[in-house]
Design a protein around this ligand. Sequence first.
Ligand SMILES: *[C@@H]1O[C@H](CO)[C@@H](O)[C@H](O)[C@H]1NC(C)=O
Ligand SMILES: *[C@@H]1O[C@H](CO)[C@@H](O)[C@H](O)[C@H]1NC(C)=O
Ligand SMILES: *[C@@H]1O[C@H](CO)[C@@H](O)[C@H](O)[C@H]1NC(C)=O
Ligand SMILES: *[C@@H]1O[C@H](CO)[C@@H](O)[C@H](O)[C@H]1NC(C)=O
Length: 284
Amino acid sequence: MIGVRHASWVAAGLVLGAGACYGIYLLTRGRRRGGRGLGPRRSGSAEDLTSGSHDDVLNASQLQKLLYLLESTEDPVITERALVTLGNSAAFSANQAIIRELGGIPVVGNKLNNPNQSIKEKALNALNNLSVNVENQVKIKMYIHQVCEDVLSGPLNSAVQLAGLRLLTNMTVTNDHQHMLSSYITDLFHVLLAGNGHTKVDSSFLALYDGHVAKEILLRVLTLFQNINNCLKTGGRLAVRPPSPQGSLSLLLYGEECAQKMRALASHQDADVQEKAVTIIPEF
Ligand SMILES: *[C@@H]1O[C@H](CO)[C@@H](O)[C@H](O)[C@H]1NC(C)=O
Ligand SMILES: *[C@@H]1O[C@H](CO)[C@@H](O)[C@H](O)[C@H]1NC(C)=O
Ligand SMILES: *[C@@H]1O[C@H](CO)[C@@H](O)[C@H](O)[C@H]1NC(C)=O
Ligand SMILES: *[C@@H]1O[C@H](CO)[C@@H](O)[C@H](O)[C@H]1NC(C)=O
């Protein structure tokens, strides 16, 4: 039982990962560049740090200034810029630890409460970069429920939804926090199934169902498929599937190419793989 649950969580992490990756470029586009004057600004104010003119990696005292600014400003434009600057700084692993040690994670996390969607998105992006550090994840996990709510309540394919899915993906890379998603997983699958290509997987995902893929991976992706079927099932039958936009996960999973792969796996050399594939075939 534990083993099965474990495998299905790994699979869930995998699909969230696959789905979320494709939204990344959307999120990193359109970053605001500071529109301020180009005069000399030696060591400058905290606001200057957010102007996008700093190519150098920020040091601890600059990061501290930035956090003070973020805590104290009411201005949405400055808030957004400070979050983007912090997120960029957090791409460096040394800064991930420094920001945590400075108490920066709750400062960023509090911005998830901001009603402005653009600010919420930037806070999610910054948390995502911070979450690469395992100790940071321990602090970020207190926001998981809120992020799930935002992902589920946000407009489909919105920037906030994609940023939230990306953060959830990063937080489920280790097994430590996956259980926190348990009550949301069915709804999250529905988001992945209904969203467009940006929320979704690339067709290369199907390559995971090729016969030569390692048995352990095959078993996981087959379990994932069974889980998705179970999520969509009501009363033992597959519920009417949501309309499938081009490039969507459901079109991919229930299309002819995938059906062929499943039929091939039904005569795979490994009995466990065979057995799982056989249970999935009737769903096509
Ligand atoms: C951090 O960088 C700023 C700007 O380069 C510099 O003025 C300051 O002395 C540095 N602080 C530390 C502690 O290195
Ligand atoms: C939300 O924040 C953005 C970015 O700073 C700002 O341009 C926009 O005016 C804000 N929207 C509202 C409704 O305050
Ligand atoms: C996050 O880190 C990536 C590199 O890991 C970087 O490209 C990106 O600009 C950073 N910032 C944000 C806000 O995502
Ligand atoms: C986690 O997020 C970072 C920054 O956005 C990204 O570079 C990294 O690939 C993500 N890791 C995983 C496993 O998704």
